[in-house]
Design a binder for this molecule. Structure first.
Ligand code: FUC
Length: 807
């Protein structure tokens, strides 16, 4: 590429190279050839992946509720009868036999997830809505000076290029308040814009031109039941030139400027997924018509009002820069960073991108972010793009409370609540138990049965793990009304677990049965390989966490005193964490060998993160055992596995090791030949394939390196895991949240806090690990904690709305 031309193009577009913050811009010198190079935009409902091609531009469209399949009864109603036999086998140490029984009688009815290919079975799949393509009339002249950026500060995807002496600028936004995708195309030469726009979908859709608009409508497969209906509408407004509609296309000739508006909806009913809304087309037409009088500037202004307040709640900045990173392409930066060149702004960009993606894929009133957020160009999205609850959906939301986006967890909370009714049926069918259960795979149609493979699909603590997010929401916000509202969900999950626990023969501990440690297998001393087990460590940790949360919640809400006493007694009898012969934490009740020593799930470290019963300061021995477990597992893994490990090392207070994992997470993965975990050119996390959990988990991990507030007393720890790397020694972060409803801003230099401020949102006691030599001053300047020679925990009563300064 001619450098002079590139500079000219940038200047023509009113940008300067240095105006692009390396910590807030994704940048490419080419159009996207793969979706993992495209620029994602979203408002939590509509999503787009923009390729920005000057000849054949493809914008991949999504709507978060575009799910095939539908409500089904997948519970095997007589399964509970076999439960005693399964348990007997487990108690007799015949795990393989138990697993065979499980596979035979204790899986879901029907085809389950369709072995991950469920698009055309009742489970369904999250699918693309279709494509918007812009076929430019001029297919032959070359283009130069190409630049494509995604600016995370204003959520604008922009492509600029020169062709035939004209500079073209294409800007795309998706507005949160207006629920519209808007593309503005400009040409510096009058009459320079000629293209044909089409909406398309390979299956189950019809496109027609109607009154100058393009309408795409369709209905997805759901066996012999009616499937979900969807609709998308495109309108193009042109300045100059002319516009004609043809057979399912709109053609624009010689326009000076164009504004494309697109909106979409389905008949998925958020209030009751067993029912359908009315036909979505009239609703979408109404949205497009209502907005058709607006200029791009007006739409942009309203989009900024929707987006910026969310994005700006938290900013993380490192002072160090590396030359050239403000003009280098994102894939170029990934390659150089992985080769060991410094680019301290790249992890910051990752942090900003993670928050950007959550704002784009999770919006109150909608479904939660799925395995791909809401960006899926596929018809058979990998793993159905579903809601896996043995790590993945949970990981999607770890970043929300810490990075100031907790209100965007509402879709998750709503989703969890929706699992209660079907989960109660599943609890009866399989365990003859009260309360509710959800296993491993779930969908927006209320699927809570075990999956079709006993080895992976029957972990019975998926729903209970989700409950952690309800409790953590309370810990972060101290919102008692929320706790009251969701307490029955927590309680129902605890009631289920309490009812299904059995005594194991050796110590009389209470354990779950049958369950497994997510997707892992063990080798028993006699050489038996299996997955089905009594009381895998993670289950026990989840029980302790949930029961503890329920006991505490009942106390706060002044409810269920008797039940909560019973629960406390049961909690005390749960199988404890145990350290094995090799110094690592046991993953199962016994010190069995790992089926796969490098397995991606490190489920038994759940007690360290996300749960916090194990910490370096309260349980140093267990903490050391997890360190050993992590050493044995190694530093490689799928994308989300690497992300989880960042969080583990941050909680272990080892910033250097956390940075090693960040480095791995940023390993460039080519879309054409993806192998091993890392990042695609557009920073989408590569499992591979693309899975967004790694983006969100990685962002949460970075936040955990900067601020922690877990553990019994929720002590706020500033920079608990700052790496020794030169690039991290000076920085600022604002808007990180701590448990207890505190918001923390801080600056550091030479790796040490220079100043911090803690805003108390709700009042109450604040505990901080105060660095040596620092004091805390209250709102009116009064010193509430004096400096000391050593780092220590100080505790002070706060006033709601007041800010406390550490300096
Ligand atoms: C979990 C993981 C897999 C994959 C799938 C979607 O089951 O074990 O690696 O991420 O979810």
């Amino acid at each position: 590429m001619n450098h002079v031309l590139l500079t000219a193009a940038i200047l023509a577009a009113g940008l300067t190279a240095s105006a692009q913050r390396p910590d807030a811009t994704l940048r490419f010198n080419e159009p996207a050839a793969h979706y993992q190079e495209a620029l994602p935009l979203g408002n939590g409902k509509i999503g787009a992946l923009v390729t920005g091609h000057p000849v054949r531009d493809r914008i991949m469209l999504n709507e978060i509720s575009v799910w095939s399949g539908g409500v089904q009864d997948a519970d095997n109603d007589t399964a509970y009868r076999i439960l005693p036999r399964i348990r007997e086998s487990l108690l007799a140490g015949k795990n393989k036999e138990a697993q065979q029984l499980l596979q035979q009688y204790f899986i879901c009815k029907g085809q389950g997830s369709g072995h991950g290919s469920g698009a055309n079975v009742p489970f369904g799949a999250f699918q693309t809505l279709g494509d918007l393509t812009l076929q430019w009339k001029d297919t032959t002249s070359p283009w130069t000076g190409y630049l494509r950026t995604l600016n995370l500060e204003n959520a604008v995807a922009r492509a600029v290029w020169q062709r035939n002496g004209s500079t073209y600028t294409q800007e795309t936004i998706i507005s949160i308040p207006d629920n519209i995708l808007a593309i503005r195309i400009r040409s510096s030469r009058k009459g320079g814009i000629s293209f044909t726009a089409a909406l398309s979908r390979k299956e189950h859709a019809t496109v027609r031109a109607n009154n100058g608009l393009l309408e795409m409508t369709g209905q997805l497969p759901n066996g012999d039941q009616p499937g979900l209906k969807f609709a998308g509408v495109l309108q193009i407004k042109t300045t100059g030139g002319k516009q004609t509609t043809g057979d399912g296309v709109i053609t624009v000739d010689n326009a000076d400027e164009c504004l494309l508006l697109f909106s979409a909806a389905t008949d998925y009913n958020m209030n009751d997924y067993t029912q359908r809304l009315e036909d979505p087309l009239p609703r979408v037409l109404q949205t497009v018509k209502r907005l058709s009088g607006r200029t791009y500037a007006q739409l942009y202004a309203s989009q900024q009002n929707g987006y910026q307040p969310l994005f700006n709640r938290s900013r993380f900045r490192l002072s160090a820069t590396a030359p050239g990173t403000d003009t280098a392409s994102t894939p170029g930066r990934l390659a150089r960073y992985y080769a060991g060149e410094p680019d301290p702004q790249l992890p910051v960009l990752y942090y900003n991108f993670g928050r950007y993606l959550l704002i784009g894929s999770s919006r109150p009133g909608n479904l939660p972010a799925n395995l791909q957020g809401l960006w899926a160009p596929e018809y058979q999205t990998p793993w159905n793009g579903d809601y896996h609850i043995n790590i993945n959906l949970q990981m999607n939301y770890w970043l929300a409370p810490i990075t100031g986006l907790q209100d965007l967890s509402e879709p998750l909370h709503h989703y969890i609540r929706n699992l209660v009714t079907p989960g109660s049926r599943t609890a009866k069918a399989y365990y003859n138990a009260p309360g509710w259960v959800a296993h491993v795979i779930t969908n927006p149609w209320g699927f809570t049965s075990p999956g079709e493979g006993a080895d992976w699909g029957s972990t019975l603590t998926g729903g209970a793990w989700l409950c952690e997010h309800l409790w953590e929401h309370f810990r972060f916000t101290r919102d008692t009304a929320f706790l009251r509202e969701y307490y029955p969900v927590l309680k129902g999950s605890a009631e289920f677990l309490k009812a299904i626990l059995i005594e194991e023969p050796e110590h009389g501990w209470l354990v779950t049965a049958p369950s497994n440690s997510p997707e892992h297998s063990f080798i028993m001393p006699d050489g038996t390989r299996a997955s089905t087990a009594l009381g895998p460590t993670i289950d026990m940790q989840i029980c302790r966490e949930l029961f503890g949360a329920c006991i505490e919640a009942a106390r706060i809400l002044d409810a269920d005193a008797e039940w909560s006493r019973e629960l406390a007694a049961v909690r005390g009898r749960l199988a404890p964490n145990r350290i094995g012969e090799n110094g690592d934490l046991n993953e199962w009740l016994h010190d069995w060998k790992d089926g796969e020593p490098k397995h991606r799930h490190v489920s038994h470290a759940y007690g360290l993160h996300p749960y916090d019963e194990i910490t370096p300061w309260s349980t140093p021995e267990l903490s050391a055992a997890i360190r050993e477990t992590l050493r044995q597992r190694g530093d490689d893994g799928t994308g989300w596995s690497l992300a989880w490990k960042i969080n583990f090392w941050a909680r272990l207070g080892d910033g250097d090791h956390a940075l090693t994992l960040i480095h791995k997470l940023l390993r460039p993965v080519p879309p054409q030949n993806p192998r091993g975990g890392g990042s695609y050119p557009n920073l989408f996390c590569a499992h591979p394939p693309f899975q967004i959990d790694g983006n969100f988990g990685g962002t949460a991990g970075i936040a955990e390196m900067l601020l922690q507030s877990h553990g019994d007393t929720s002590v706020i720890r500033l920079l608990p895991a700052l790496p020794g790397d030169a690039g991290w020694q000076k920085g600022t972060v604002k808007g990180l949240h701590a448990r207890g409803a505190f918001v923390v801003d801080m600056n550091w230099d030479k790796g040490k806090i220079t100043q911090a401020a803690i805003l108390s949102q709700k009042g109450g006691v604040c505990r901080v690990l105060l660095p040596a030599g620092k004091s805390v001053a209250g709102g009116k300047g009064a010193v509430v904690a004096k400096p000391a020679n050593e780092t220590r925990i100080v505790e002070f009563e706060t006033v709601k709305g007041a800010k406390y300064t550490i300096q």
